[in-house]
Design a binder for this molecule. Structure first.
Ligand code: BG6
Length: 458
């Protein structure tokens, strides 16, 4: 029986992640579910008075319009401790400040997280303690294995939540519902009928002052390794028996274990680009290399595109292209399923021969099915139409959905140890080819669609 957490202990509580995402999500969750009755303990390197800490929490709660009795109670009781969380004695002190079962949230860089895990190995953790970690989970496959080995000594895998906000409940369930609740799609969801799958997450924002992290990660690690391979695994998974953690995570793991860079060739199957000065939505972005904190010698890409193959009966021969970048002219966040052309178009039907395309848009969650129908006027003439639907917003922010899973001890939305390692294994040949310049680093002006000679994903 899983125990719900009663206190959330945030390590790195004075940092940006906590204020921008975590605390607003917590406030929203308590507003919608006051029965959770959570306490909050913050810990960090910064010295904060109780008033200053309450201001931080209150300010963050305002951004998610958090209100109600549970919010008030939390604000009245929350504590902040100035602590070096890499020291076992300090962690003991922090755990003693938690009432009931704690959920420990590591809002910390990976190197510090690893040191905290070492410290926790010397502490007896309360029964049912949940651990939540932010990406990146390690810096390569070996690092992920090492981190996972350390974590496994602390609590069972089902109590470890590797957070990926792309796996918010609504996104996952929307994809599963569309695929598995419609006889129309699932029988066609394979390489006999699908020509290609593209997953695109183009952002307009630039570096946003995150050079310290991003200049060592780049688009491949920041988005493809961390998030979009997870999304791909849901698009490509075998039908799970239930939407429980074990079934979902087994099905995702099977896809990722079968995933490789297409043709085993990063040279042919990957592209990288970096934005130069330009204007995005009326706002001027300086060249990536001129942004404060960027070291041009890191050759960090701000746009990455990799084509994968999934070596299974269902997907043999189907390219899965995953792309994400920053400083691009248009926000584009979609999964594009392009079906194969019909085997024969009756002679006499004219015009449109484009194949059926299903687009699943992320945030806002919508879909469009593009079909050919007989247009007005000449009934021989085919025209393109798009049938659209919206999935409707989830009740909670993606981060609140993930947080709910952590508090309830339900790991179905989080990344399991083996899949975290697989995602590193999958991108390793690309990272190596890029490191040795076997793939050129192309330029694109901020505000464009990417390097001019890259084929467009339609
Ligand atoms: C984060 C990445 O995990 O996801 C960011 O570090 C990226 O670089 C962000 O901008 C995208 O997610 P969202 O939900 O903000 O669109």
């Amino acid at each position: 029986m899983t125990q719900s957490a009663s206190t959330i202990l945030i390590l790195g509580a004075s940092g940006d992640l906590s204020a921008r995402l975590l605390l607003p999500a917590l406030g929203q969750l308590l507003t919608k579910q006051p029965d959770l009755g959570l306490q909050l303990v913050g810990a960090g390197q910064e010295e904060l008075t109780p008033e200053a800490w309450r201001d931080v929490v209150e300010g963050a709660f305002k951004t998610s319009e958090a209100t109600g009795s549970a919010v008030e109670k939390l604000l009245a009781t929350t504590e902040y401790h100035h602590a070096d969380v890499t020291k076992p004695a300090e962690m003991k002190r922090l755990l003693a400040a938690c009432s009931g079962t704690p959920a420990i949230y590591f809002a910390l860089p990976p190197a510090v997280t690893a040191r905290v895990c070492d410290a926790l190995a010397e502490v007896t953790l309360p029964e049912g303690t949940q651990l939540a970690l932010e990406k990146p989970f390690g810096v390569d496959e070996a690092g992920a294995v090492e981190l996972n080995t350390g974590l496994a000594k602390l609590v069972p895998e089902n109590q470890i939540h590797r957070v990926d906000h792309f796996l918010g409940r609504s996104t996952v369930l929307n994809l599963l519902g569309l695929r598995f609740a419609n006889r129309l799609f699932e029988p066609l969801w394979n390489g006999d009928n699908i020509a290609k799958v593209d997953i695109v997450y183009d952002e307009q924002i630039g570096l946003e002052g995150r050079a310290g992290y991003y200049d060592h990660a780049g688009a491949l690690i920041d988005m493809i390794q961390s998030h979009l391979l997870q999304v791909m695994s849901i698009v490509a998974m075998e039908p799970p028996s239930t939407v429980e953690a074990a079934d979902l995570r087994d099905a995702k793991g099977a896809v990722l274990r079968a995933t490789r860079v297409r043709g085993g060739s990063p040279e042919k199957s990957s592209r990288r680009g970096r934005y130069t000065v330009g204007t995005v939505a009326g706002r001027e972005l300086v060249s990536y290399v001129d942004a404060p904190g960027v070291d041009p010698a890191n050759k960090t890409e701000t746009l990455a595109e990799v084509t994968f193959e999934i070596d299974t009966w269902r997907w043999a021969g189907v390219p899965f292209t995953v792309r994400s970048g920053k400083g691009l002219g248009a926000k584009r966040r979609e999964i594009v399923i392009t079906f194969k052309p019909v085997p024969h178009l009756p002679t006499g039907l004219l015009g449109q021969e484009d194949p059926t395309v299903l687009r699943i848009f992320l945030a806002p969650d919508e879909m469009a099915l593009e079909l050919n129908i007989n247009g007005p006027g000449d009934p021989h003439q085919l025209e393109r139409v798009s049938l659209g639907a919206t999935f409707g917003p989830g009740q909670l922010l993606a981060y609140s959905e993930v947080l709910e899973g952590i508090i309830e001890g339900d790991p179905s939305l989080s990344v399991r140890s083996d899949t975290a390692e697989q995602c590193w294994r999958i991108v390793a040949p690309v990272l190596e080819a890029w490191r040795t310049d076997a793939v050129p680093l192309d330029d694109y002006p901020a505000g464009s669609q990417g390097p001019a000679d890259w084929p467009q994903i339609r």
